[in-house]
Every structure is written in C-alpha cells, then in structure tokens.
Design a protein around this ligand. Sequence first.
Ligand code: MIC
Ligand code: SF4
Length: 644
Amino acid sequence: MGKNVTQKLIDGHIISGQPGKGNEISIKMDQTITQDATGTMACLQFEAMGVDKVKTKKSVSYVDHNTLQYGGYENADDHKYLQTVAAKHGIFFSRPGNGICHQVHLERFGVPGDTLLGSDSHTPTSGGIGMLAIGAGGLDVAVAMGGGAFGLTYPEVVLVNLKGKLQPWVSAKDIILELLRRLTVKGGVGKVFEYGGEGVKSLTVPERATITNMGAELGATTSVFPSDDVTREFLKAQGRESDWSELTADAGAAYDETVEIDLDTLEPMIALPHMPDNVKKVTEIAGLKVDQVCIGSCTNSSYRDLMLVAETFEKGGHKVCPELNLTISPGSRQVLEMISLNNGLASLIKAGARILESACGPCIGNGQSPPSGGVSLRTFNRNFKGRSGTPNAQVYLCSPETAAAAAINGVVTDPRTLGEFPDVKMPETFLVDDSMVIAPPADPSGVEVLKGPNIQALPIQPPLGDSLSGKVLIKLGDDITTDDITPAGVWLKYRSNVPKYSESVFSAIDPDFHKKALEAGGGFVIGGENYGQGSSREHAALCPMYLGIKAVITKSFARIHKANLINFGILPLVFDNPADFDGIDAGDELELNDLTAGLEPGVTLTLKNITKGREIKLRHDYAPIQTAMIRAGGRLNYTVSGGA
Ligand code: MIC
Ligand code: SF4
C-alpha cells in the first residue's frame, strides 16, 4: 500500500520502534529552533549536557518574544547570553528585529522532507512547506541539538480534504477556524493533520503556514502540506530552489480518518472568547463594537496578509475607525522591508495604523493590553482568558480580512461587504538579506558565554523514591492552559530565573499558590480534561517542580505538557475512572506507594486519599524510557548520567 506524506516523513527518520499507529518510536531531528522565552533554558540544558557543537543539520536561535526590554536589564541579559552561547556551540542566531521564529524559518531555513523540533508550540508552521515540524519542551530540543532522538507515539493521520477554492474575502484562517469549530481544542491529540485534495494547489505557502500554525490549537502532534510546485515557487522566490524536493502522498495512500472542507462555500469565521474552538460565522456576531484590532503574530503576518490589509485601506480610501486602535506587527524583517518598499507600509500609516516591531508583541501580552472589558479582534492563534494582559478583555480570533473590516467600521463586519477584493500576488522574488542572522564562527574558542544576573542556575531534582505524599494544593477544571500555570506578559522576563518565575505559578487563579506550595513542601495538583494545553513552555513543569509539586492528576493531558512534566520528574497520572475526580478536594492529604513497581508498563496505581479514607485507581502510559527519566528525577539527570 502507498504511503501518505506524514508516513514518508516519519518512516524516513525513524531511529527506534516500528511504524504503526500507537507505537512508541523515536526519530532523528534534522533541524531545531528555539526562541528567547524558551531558549535560555534550552541552552542552559544543552550546556549541562557537555556537548561542544550541535549535531543537527541546522539549529537556529531566535529572539522574538522578549524584545521590549522594558523596566530593566533582564531581556537584554538573556539576548547577550543567547547570542554568545549560540556562537560557542554552532547555532545560528537570529537577532531581535529579524522577526518571529516561525515566519523567518519558513522563509529562510525550512527544507521540505526534513524534520524540525522547536521549543515553541507553533513550530508546525513549517509543515506548510512539507516538513515534519513538531513543538516540544526546551529540554527535548536541547537533547535533539546534541544529536539525541525525539520520542513520540506514532500518530493517527487525518486527511483534511480541501474541495473547491476559497472565495474572495474568505481566508486560510477561516479553514483552520472551521476545523477548530468541528473538532475542538482536544480533537487533534495523537494525530497529524495532512492536507490534500484539489483545494491545496490554490493555497500559497503563507496561507498553508497559517493553517499548519494554528493546527497547534487542535492539540495535534503536527500538521503538514505536501511539497509541490507551489512550494517550489515559494522557495525559488526566496532564492532557495535548491532546497526544494517533491513530497506528495502515493496514489492509494491510506488515512485513519478523513475530514472534508468545501472551500467554495466556506464563510468568514471568528473564535469568540476565551477558546480558539469557540468558533462562529462572522455574520452571527456582526455589529459587535470593537475597541482594538491587532494584526500580526506567527499565524497571520506574512507579506500577503499585510499587503492585503494595506490595499484594503488604500483602495477603499479608508481610515482606521477613531473609536479603536489598529496595530500591525510584521512577521519578519523581510516582510517589513518589502511592504515599506512597495508603499504598503505608507498606506497603513496613512490609514492610522500603529506600527509595531517584527516580533510576537501583543500576542503574548507584551504590550497593547486591551482596555477593561474591551473587545479585541486579533489575527492571532490564542485567546485564552487573560493572555492579552487584561483579565476581563474579550479577545476574538479572525482573519486579516475580517480584522481589516472591523478596523474600518468599528464593529465586527463581514469582510465580503467591503467590495472589490484586493488581488495580492505573491512576489516573484522576495528581498533576501540574511545579515541579521549571525552564523557561528568556525573556531569558537575565543567566544566568552555571557551570563548576566538574570541567568540563574538550573534547578535539579533528586531521584524519585518509592512513595509520595502531600496535600492537594489546588483543584482545577478542564482545559487549563500553560498561560494559567505560568503566565507570560509581565512575567516573561523571568524565563531564565526559575526561582523568580515560580512566583507566577497559578497566580491568576490563586495569588497565594506559590507561598502555599513552598510552606507545604510541595504537594499534588488536580485537573480536568486537556490539562496543560497551549504553549510548549517547559516552565509550566519546571516551576511547579521547583515548588515541590510531585504529581499532577487529571482526566487527560495535552501532549507537550505531559512530556514536559515527565522531563522534570513530575508524575502525570490520569484517573482510571474520570468520576473519581469528584472524590478529591483541595486540601486533602494524599499518598502514593509502591512506585518502583507501579511505574512499570500497564500497572495501575492506588492513590490513598487519607482525608476521605478512600482509594482511587490511577493510570499512566509511560514508555520505558520515560519511567527511567522519572526515576532519575528528570530527563537532564537521566541524560547527564549516560541515558540516551
Ligand atoms: C505562546 O504562543 O504561548 C508562546 C509564548 O509562543 C509559547 C512559547 C513560550 O511560552 O515561550 C508556545 O507557543 O510554545
Ligand atoms: Fe509568538 Fe504568538 Fe506565535 Fe507564540 S503564538 S510564537 S507568542 S506570535
């Protein structure tokens, strides 16, 4: 039987295990990316492993999250560390101002047919050019930089069959919003979404990348498009045709599931507060007053997206509605320079848009927090409560077309009412200037790695004993995000300072959590379904580890967060019977015994709730290597002591 694109990518990189849905496998990573908010930890971990030079085909370190450098030295210290540690160990360094990691990687470094591991959950963006691109915790990326394999469960492959062609003012963003509406933020766990069908060829690479980017919100392992003539044209226009190779599904390739989307009839869609799957048609909420519109982020900040917005304003002679603010964050320096050379930037400035840096910016709550209770329409990928920095803001996610229509009219507007659709053509050649990417020197012996006071030592945890006991420190509901666990925004500058960042843990839910945890000497966390969705930030495991959290017991976990907990020696466990969730309350004393035998494959653990005098069955599905890592007190201990 023929293979699909996903199987070709995975099977071509397998190091251990057998192809086949549900099997534990490990694969070789050709490339890695890190960004500053996760990269400092990843680099500290890489240094701790004692490997001189990265063993990948290419590793790139980006600075795109913490670029504001407000209120002190912390961000700038991180940047200096990242630049020098990159030079020392063979890593390319993309300077602040060069753009958002996913956009730049797609433009300048991604290679069809290769694998990519990134310490950012939106790494699957590069699936838009036929890479197997996966998001992971920084420690997994550090191991991959050192040449180690990446472990995963062989995924189910879902074919997303695109029929027809997008109609004017309907956007690639609407495709992924429609998928989120149907499948929800839990719908993609354990799956790869592979796009096929006649509709694929009418989508440009940036449009494909919008879709693979936001596939992260489905909880998917990754998303992938074939590498075809459209991919070739894109790489040629980037001066990289030699990086192209064809990668398509064989005739008769099988899929585990098929989903069909009819592009001819798809309408503009919008995600309502506070989840990316809370999706409706734009027409259903048209007329809602808007206080802010933000265009940008790794989802929608390409040349095509920004030119479309610029031309919408220019052609219609529109101005930004005086009742709201419109911000624009270009995805890369290439995008910014190109829209400035062809007057797109002038059109946006003339219209009254506020131009921000080529960086993540408002997407991660770094500036532009909306007014109290304000409605903000964003072309981003996440609208979790409080992520914008304003706890009661109402954040909606939509396409650049819908965002532009709202910025003009001041209310949510169906963009199809705007008249003639601007025909933005993909450039035949992009402006290529890689001078803000610093290649590592051939001889790094003279490089001094600079660690300012914000770079604190890595906390290390002792090996696991045979039992665990303690209090339930917090009980939470479903869909807890990593933004709930370790918020970004004003806390972002402490990513390389775990003791300080640990003060943020659950701070929006229980401001005293960190104090309580330290006083109690740690304890347990109880959660519902899909615990830890969202970001790849390993701090959501590392900081709880620092506070003494021993196990997190839930109904289910999000993929990356579960792996991060294991990496830091915290036990992720699920209720054998989800109804037992109701049998535990905050403050209960819990005990877990016989862990030596209990962590072997297939063994069910018995949790004693001492306070309630009852026993609860818990399950795990750790691969043998994961059990070994947990026993060692985490992946770093395991790797440094000679584990693979
Ligand atoms: C995000 O969008 O939440 C982030 C910030 O890019 C994170 C990474 C991080 O927390 O540093 C992600 O998506 O993984
Ligand atoms: Fe940056 Fe936002 Fe993309 Fe995360 S989702 S990488 S914060 S732009």
